[in-house]
Design a protein around this ligand. Structure first.
Ligand SMILES: *Cc1c(COP(=O)(O)O)cnc(C)c1O
Length: 218
């Protein structure tokens, strides 16, 4: 059994985003040949170059922080943008998706960690975006908000990681029940990486983003 198959077995119905940032085409193809189709990158230029070289049935997930001026490069092919953290970015994704006549799936990134450095929305900012999204459907026609994403604090303290994931899960349920009743495609909770994906799955992740465990350390 390969590490890849062990992880798949463990995940069951939870989706696996193979995070291939900094890794060469050959490493991606090895996993592709084992059946993996969802890959995650955190840099626009790197993802675009890999998209151009690799098979076209790969689903590309942009998992890192995205600057508005770079949306246009990935709008033609990106499947999901995991780290949307402002209305301004949402408007730009809408504009570029419309220009490509596509619908782009996005996740709103929540700030759940202790670390100040990590990006993400607080609850008030989340509500602001959800209110805009639900009251102006005509202005965001080419976007679908399909869930939330978050990163826990990088720590050995398992209880802390569990609390942060639970916090994110609660925010997801709150968004769904208070703002998105009837939005049947709001289903995804993107949480968990190599070091904490087991905990994330226990708490209710639907999508884990795993890099080093699959490809080796960077
Ligand atoms: C790099 C990265 C991952 C994967 O990290 P690993 O520890 O290698 O599994 C997951 N999510 C984001 C946002 C990342 O930038």
């Amino acid at each position: 059994m390969s590490v890849y198959n062990d992880i798949l077995t463990e995940l069951g119905n939870v989706k696996l985003i193979a995070v291939s940032k900094t890794k060469p085409i050959e490493s991606i193809m090895t996993l592709y040949d084992e059946g993996q189709r969802m890959f995650g990158e955190n840099k626009v230029k790197e993802m675009t170059e890999k998209y151009e070289t690799l098979p076209k049935d790969i689903e590309w997930h942009l998992i890192g922080h995205l600057q508005t001026n770079k949306v246009k490069y990935i709008a033609p092919f990106v499947n999901m943008i995991h780290a949307v953290d402002s209305l301004k970015l949402l408007f730009e994704i809408e504009k570029q998706a419309a220009a490509c006549r596509r619908t782009i799936k996005v996740l709103l990134q929540m700030h759940i960690a202790q670390e100040e450095t990590k990006f993400g929305l607080d609850t008030k900012e989340l509500i602001e975006i959800l209110e805009y999204y639900t009251t102006n459907p005509d202005l965001l026609k080419h976007i679908r908000i399909v869930g939330l994403m978050g990163m826990a604090t990088n720590t050995d303290n398992q209880e802390m990681v569990r609390r942060e994931f639970k916090d994110l899960k609660n925010k997801f349920l709150y968004a769904k029940q208070s703002y998105l009743v009837g939005y049947t495609d709001f289903t995804e909770l993107s949480m968990g990486m190599s070091s904490d994906y087991k905990m994330a799955v226990e708490v209710g992740s639907t999508m884990v983003r795993i890099g080093s465990l699959l490809f080796g350390s960077r």
